[in-house]
Ligand binder design. Structure first.
Ligand SMILES: [Zn+2]
Ligand SMILES: [Zn+2]
Length: 349
């Protein structure tokens, strides 16, 4: 008994000593971690193929666990973003994905939850890679206005950065966007990566695009925001993965009831309005089955799903409609499709 007490006292004294010395210990530990981690690229170990990093899997509905729409696509040496909603790019960089080699940003449409996080993409590429040319911003008509707006907003900031760091670190040409308004069709064709835009149904947002992304016989189709449309199964035919937005109306209806009970009829009306231009998990599953894809990955999750327990309620009858794997993307989910085989590797950053 006495020995046990002595041991307990020793442990307590040790813990107190560690706490007492937390400043020097913390500094030493931080130094070791920072030296090994700073500047690392989380995607460096992935081989050739098509790699997706889900950097934002949420919607305009505030959700502490999900940034707004953001998807990084790496194919060979090409790195692109599809949409950059609030928090997405910051999350991507925080997960250790280097953005100094960012080649461009593709927008599915111009809703704020897909464009309001663009500024960090510009800055991280510019300062990280000493970019000398504007960052291509490609999307439906109106995209060049978004680019011009950002360039105006960041004009003063760009001047400060150049004055502070010098033109060798931040060359003047790299601190802005070059907007390109594109019609449906091939919008990117370089180094084996081919991306085709197709029109989806997100009325009154028009045009709104989905993208078919192909690299070395691997294909991913990204729905963008859309209600159920026959265009999806057509565009996704034979693809490996369909990345589809999803809204579960039965769960949204509960929020509508809550808002009405809380005497917030206008917000309640918005939760009814959004039903018309998004697709349900069941409709996404039907499109996946019709297209014959290997895997369905749901993103742009509405409403918030607190944890995995609620995923079955969110999916509803989707598993009855599509026999392949149906996954719900989280911020940090990675899908790697190696070149040369049919494998799909899922990981988390
Ligand atoms: Zn939208
Ligand atoms: Zn959206």
């Amino acid at each position: 008994m006495r020995r046990l007490l002595l041991l307990l006292l020793l442990i307590l004294a040790g813990a107190a000593g560690l706490w007492w010395q937390r400043a020097p210990l913390g500094e030493a530990l931080y130094g070791r971690l920072a030296e090994s981690r700073a500047g690392r690229n989380a995607l460096a170990s992935y081989g050739d193929g098509l790699t997706l990093v889900f950097c934002g899997t949420g919607s305009p509905v505030p959700d502490p666990n999900r940034a707004e729409a953001c998807l990084a696509v790496k194919a060979g040496n090409t790195l692109l973003l599809i949409d950059a909603g609030d928090g997405g790019v910051r999350k991507l960089a925080g997960l250790g994905v280097a953005l100094d080699g960012l080649d461009g940003v593709l927008l599915t449409h111009l809703h704020s939850d897909h464009i309001e996080g663009l500024a960090p993409a510009l800055l991280l590429r510019w300062a990280g890679g000493a970019a000398t040319t504007p960052l291509p911003l490609i999307g439906p008509p109106g995209t060049s206005d978004v680019a011009a707006g950002y360039n105006l907003m960041l004009k003063a900031d760009a001047g400060y950065r150049i004055a502070h760091h010098g033109t060798a670190i931040v060359p003047p040409g790299g601190g802005q966007f070059a907007g390109q308004d594109m019609a449906p069709g091939v919008v990117w064709n370089r180094d084996g990566l081919v991306i085709t835009a197709f029109a989806v149904n997100h009325a009154p947002v028009a045009p709104a695009y989905g993208y078919r992304i192909s690299y070395k016989d691997r294909t991913v189709v990204v729905s963008g925001d859309t209600a159920a449309t026959p265009a999806m199964a057509l565009a996704a035919r034979g693809a490996d993965v369909l990345v589809h937005e999803a809204l579960q109306p039965r769960l949204v209806a509960a929020i509508t009831r809550g808002l009405r009970a809380a005497n917030q009829p206008r917000t309640a009306q918005i939760t009814r309005d959004i039903l018309t231009y998004h697709a349900t998990p069941e409709q996404a599953a039907t499109a996946a089955a019709q297209a014959g894809v290997q895997m369905l990955m749901l993103t742009h999750i509405v409403p918030q799903v607190p944890n995995r327990f609620f995923e079955a309620a969110f999916l509803g009858d989707a598993p009855q409609r599509f026999s392949g794997p149906i996954r719900m993307a989280r911020d940090g989910t990675v899908l790697h499709l190696p070149a040369g085989n049919r494998e799909i590797v899922e990981k988390a950053l």
